[in-house]
Design a protein around this ligand. Structure first.
Ligand code: KG4
Ligand code: ZN
Length: 353
């Protein structure tokens, strides 16, 4: 069965084709991605209306590119999947509208996918796919959650952020350091040249005794530290010497990574599971990966990540989530082409039980 997946929840248009059989892990046949980052950079963040308009421009050429790369025709597609939420309403409507129009024109069923389930299941696209059950650390731009995952559609949230997400902490700290948008990759690149112990920053909720996170206070502490440094050097924050900014970036990253690491280890201990899946954009962070790898190796825990290029938003994870939902029998594709989108949509609303 060939599943076409369309992702358009934020600032990346992704299209992919996944092939699945009744059993076995579905296989990625081809995928194509267009990132709008450059367009939004001028504004320091995503402009929703521009995002929607650009998705409209990109989605069909990307679909053609994927079909060509896989050597199949549009008529060979069996199911059209799309991101139904969460995300920007207008951006989601583009993917949903195009998917349902394609479905109607081809007389093929359609299926709406949860964006975070896409991230969560994206490590199944890697050469070394995980097995259920596992603890998942889902760290994207808008979400930070620890979950117990017992199968497709069987998600128990163990803890989550009570304010900002880890990705937001990276992005907002980077922005105030003048590193632009998206801040995560830029901040982590700069951090590689800095001293992570240079500044003492808070590790919010580290000893809270539960698995919740909070990153808003850290962002404020980074801002306070940056302002102090700027005053001492008599320059704006962005004009601080590179080695000072690198130290601040490294200290910020160290605080975020330590909290994510310790809480993930606590979740493993609490559940008694010995498998960890890390997904979402922040999962691309090298320091996070290095520290998780080392700690998990010491404790006999297997860690799985999506391939680096599939950590951030893409169509492959949407086609894959659709394929796995169909295979597990937890959702049917249907020919009801009237669609809706869910800009806000908690992941555990998908639970079967
Ligand atoms: O999963 P994603 O692509 O989009 C959402 O669904 O939100 O995640 C984007 C987030 C952004 O906050 C971005 O700064 C962060 O992931 N990110 C990183 C890295 N690459 C992306 N954060 C830290 N280090 C990275 N290497
Ligand atoms: Zn995402």
């Amino acid at each position: 069965m060939l599943i076409l997946g369309i992702e358009s929840s934020c600032d990346e248009t992704g299209v992919a084709l996944v092939e699945s059989a009744p059993t076995g892990v579905p296989v990625l046949r081809a995928h194509a991605l267009y990132s709008q980052i450059e367009m939004h950079q001028a504004y320091g963040g995503v402009v929703p209306e521009l995002a929607s308009r650009d998705h409209i421009r990109r989605v069909l050429p990307l679909t053609d590119e994927v079909l060509l790369a896989a050597g199949v025709r549009l008529g060979d597609v069996d199911v059209v999947a799309f991101t139904r939420g969460p995300g920007l309403a207008g951006a989601l409507l583009v993917g949903a509208g195009v998917a349902c129009a394609l479905g109607a024109a081809l007389d093929r069923p359609v299926l709406g996918v949860h964006h975070l389930e896409g991230h969560l299941l994206s490590p199944f696209l890697s050469a070394d796919p995980p097995e259920f059950s596992f603890v998942a650390l889902l760290v994207s731009g808008g979400h930070t959650q620890l979950m117990r995952v017992d199968g497709v559609g069987r998600y128990q949230i163990l803890g989550e952020t009570i304010d900002d997400a880890a990705g937001e902490a990276f992005d907002k700290s980077a922005k105030l350091m003048g590193l632009g948008y998206p801040g995560g990759p830029a901040l982590s690149k700069l951090a590689a040249q800095g001293n992570p112990a240079a500044f003492k920053l808070p590790r919010p909720l580290l000893h809270s005794g539960n698995l919740d996170f909070s990153f808003a206070g850290l962002k404020t502490a980074v801002m306070t530290q940056a302002r102090k440094l700027a005053a001492a050097h008599v320059v704006p924050v962005e004009a601080l010497p590179l080695e000072v900014l690198a130290d601040l970036a490294a200290s910020t990253q160290a605080a975020i990574v330590e909290v994510l690491l310790k809480k993930s280890l606590s979740a493993l201990k609490e559940t008694g599971l010995n498998r960890l899946v890390v997904a979402g954009g922040v999962g691309a962070n090298r320091e996070l990966r290095a520290q998780l790898d080392a700690a998990c190796a010491r404790q006999g825990v297997r860690v799985h990540y999506p391939e680096l290029h599939l950590c951030t938003d893409n169509g492959a994870m949407i086609a894959m989530a659709a394929a796995m939902r169909l295979q597990a029998g937890v959702q049917q594709a249907n020919r009801a082409y009237a669609f809706d989108v869910k800009p806000r949509w908690p992941l555990d609303a998908l639970n079967m039980n």
